[in-house]
Design a binder for this molecule. Structure first.
Ligand SMILES: Nc1ncnc2c1ncn2[C@@H]1O[C@H](COP(=O)(O)OP(=O)(O)OP(=O)(O)O)[C@@H](O)[C@H]1O
Ligand code: SF4
Ligand SMILES: [Mg+2]
Length: 375
């Protein structure tokens, strides 16, 4: 039995992944004055046929992790093993061939689709690059199949991206990813740019395609409701690290990491009785900069359960607390059992130790939890 035939075997494994972006200063002497620790030691594996949801505040490293998994961003350290093959040292043609099996769907279909290319040319491009364009007739048939699969009319082929609505453009983006018959699709905020009314349609389409083509997904989203709906398992990221991971239902029923608890407590529950009795956890202070992450547990500057010992000196490992439920908190068991109680958090000022403003505007401080992780 190959890896792909066994649904419980990992299709992709990320081992101790690090992506550190240098912060440079000086026009003449291009000096590195620090690093943005965008991804800093992540281990995760995605099983063949499952949907893994990745959530966390803006700037915590979700997109960078997704890109590094496909080797679109070169990792600083760590390994990616895809279907049993280590991609770490793979380059050139072998990597290009491998990439066919790992495709990406982006947040903003308008900027990820070349406006000068017709839908036909957008779809044929990848097929041609990977030798899947086998003559006029078979390609025309394949294009018809692709459009049908994503719910677009066959008249779409001659049109250009700007002639479509946002939801339809995302369908083109999905068809383009599908055109090369991938195994894994990394969908980075696939519905965030769409109207709420269209979001559910695109999510349903992704689910239907998964069943039809046996796809494996990594879905990155800041919207906890989207992730819950679509994911089998969910990973929560905070400042470059994975802080909790569990089956979707289990994570939403009983979040164990203080950060996940805070995220969940910000999402309203439809039942008014449950809503009234719910524990609210308000996070004090802003998200620290990934260029200067706190020592020890990265969440200690905002954690309402922080303890005098260990929290600010020892980085907690992501460890299994229940079967399949991993948590990176020294005191997860004590918090669950109520042996440690919430206390007020003094917002700590996190000093920037680099005095340059990077060119990349995206390095500006990310927004707070309540702004970025609404319902
Ligand atoms: N090419 C780059 N060069 C330098 N820094 C970068 C680069 N790409 C990302 N970063 C920085 O790395 C950190 C993680 O960014 P990333 O885009 O992965 O976060 P994210 O979780 O996807 O955020 P969002 O929810 O806003 O998309 C941020 O501080 C970001 O500014
Ligand atoms: S290790 Fe300490 S600071 Fe970190 S989440 Fe657990 S209790 Fe909070
Ligand atoms: Mg992102």
């Amino acid at each position: 039995m190959t890896e792909l035939e066994n649904p419980s075997s990992p299709l992709v494994e990320v081992v101790d992944m690090k992506v550190h972006f240098p912060i440079r200063r000086g026009v003449v002497l291009d000096k590195t004055v620090g690093y943005v620790y965008a991804v800093d030691g992540v281990d995760l594996s995605i099983r063949s046929g499952e949907t893994y949801g990745l959530v966390g505040e803006s700037g915590c490293g979700k997109s960078t992790l997704g890109r590094a998994m496909l080797k679109l961003t070169e990792p600083t350290a760590g390994r990616v093993v895809f279907d049993g093959i280590d991609l770490s040292s793979m380059k050139g043609e072998p990597l290009r061939t491998m990439r066919r099996r790992m495709q990406m769907v982006f947040q903003d279909p308008l900027s990820s689709l070349d406006p000068r290319q017709s839908v036909e040319s957008l779809l044929v491009e990848g097929m041609r690059a990977h030798g899947l364009d086998k003559g006029k007739e078979s390609s025309a048939k394949r294009l018809r199949e692709l459009l049908l699969a994503v719910g677009l009319p066959s008249t779409s082929l001659r049109k250009y991206p700007h002639e479509f609505s946002g939801g339809q453009r995302q369908r083109i983006g999905i068809a383009r990813a599908l055109s090369v018959e991938p195994d894994l699709i990394v969908a980075d905020e696939p519905v965030s740019a769409l109207d709420v009314s269209v979001q559910a349609q695109v999510i349903n389409l992704l689910e239907d395609l998964q069943t039809e083509f046996g796809l494996t997904y990594l879905v990155i989203a800041h919207d906890l409701a989207v992730v819950r709906h679509i994911s089998d398992r969910v990973g929560v990221m905070y400042l470059g690290g994975l802080v909790e991971e569990a089956d979707s239902d289990q994570l939403y029923r009983e979040p164990l990491h203080p950060y996940t608890k805070a995220l969940m407590s910000a999402v309203p529950v439809p039942d008014p009785l449950v809503e009234d009795r719910r524990e609210r956890i308000l996070l004090a202070g802003d998200l620290p900069s990934p260029a200067n992450p706190p020592t020890g547990c990265r969440f200690h500057t905002r954690c309402p359960w922080r303890q005098e010992t260990r929290c600010d000196t020892e980085r907690p490992a992501l460890r299994e607390i229940d079967p399949g439920h991993r948590v990176a908190c020294h005191y997860a068991e004590d918090i669950r059992a109520g042996r440690i109680r919430q206390h007020a958090v003094e917002a700590e000022l996190v000093r920037e130790d680099w005095d340059v403003v990077p060119d990349d505007a995206s390095l500006a401080g990310p927004a707070s939890v309540t702004e970025t992780l609404g319902p």
